[in-house]
Design a protein around this ligand. Structure first.
Ligand code: AMP
Length: 218
């Protein structure tokens, strides 16, 4: 299956992505993750990308499109993939269409995670993640047993630099302006499914599973 997840920061897209890739054995292509990993490599181009990220702005389209193009060359993508956080602009969606057209890889579904703004801010400002294994916590809704320590591996829990209040607002404004138009774009193509992501994780998982089973059966 070839899938795209769209949703504002804090919509729970990352959590759903983990569930989908485990259940359907798909490679998880998260452009945010790829950029965060690259940042620790420390080259000039990567440091520049990190500056956009920390301020909550989008990294330029051509940088991201190149990353995805490269990633598609890995053999693991031949049987499907989950794109999480890409595309985020209409230019990226057009580039993705062109790439997938060349490869004869049509998308099966695009899932849009819709959440109210208040809930997004609450989720993002309380989000903490493990620097070692990537596990995600929330200081109120899903706290670790010991404050600041990962239950799974004992690693240190940190807050992403772009989860601080100023960057959160920038990211939401950027989302509304640049990414939300993709919802219409994919609705017009007849492959969009919208999920109400204001609910509990389990309820969302159940709805997403239904969407994927229908997409698989098409
Ligand atoms: P995420 O982990 O998906 O929330 O992404 C974190 C940050 O990485 C974003 O706020 C952007 O700065 C950058 N980023 C990730 N994916 C993209 C993309 N498709 N286009 C532009 N910037 C991106």
């Amino acid at each position: 299956m070839r899938l795209v997840l769209i949703g504002p920061p804090g919509s729970g897209k990352g959590t759903q992505a983990k569930f989908i890739v485990e259940s359907y054995r798909l490679p998880h292509i998260s452009t945010g993750e790829i950029l965060r990993e690259a940042r620790s490599a420390g080259t000039e181009a990567r440091k520049e990308a990190a500056r956009y990220m920390e301020a909550g702005h989008l990294v330029p389209d051509e940088v991201i499109i190149r990353i995805v193009e490269d990633r598609f060359k890995s053999p693991d993508c031949a049987n499907g993939f989950l794109l999480d956080g890409f595309p985020r602009t209409i230019a990226q969606a057009n580039a993705l269409d062109a790439m997938l057209g060349r490869l004869c890889w049509p998308l099966d579904a695009v899932i849009d995670f819709a959440v109210s703004e208040e809930e997004l801010v609450r989720r993002l400002s309380g989000r903490r993640s493990c620097a070692a294994c990537g596990a995600i916590y929330h200081i109120d809704a899903m706290p670790p047993a010991r404050e600041g320590v990962c239950d799974r591996c004992g690693g240190e829990l940190t807050q992403r630099k772009d989860d601080t209040s100023e960057a959160i607002w920038t990211r939401l404004v950027v989302y509304r302006a640049q990414t939300e138009p993709l919802i219409e774009y994919y609705r017009d193509k007849g492959i969009l499914a919208t999920v109400n992501a204001d609910r509990d994780v389990e309820e969302i998982v159940a709805e997403v599973s239904g969407i994927l089973e229908r997409a698989k059966g098409k």
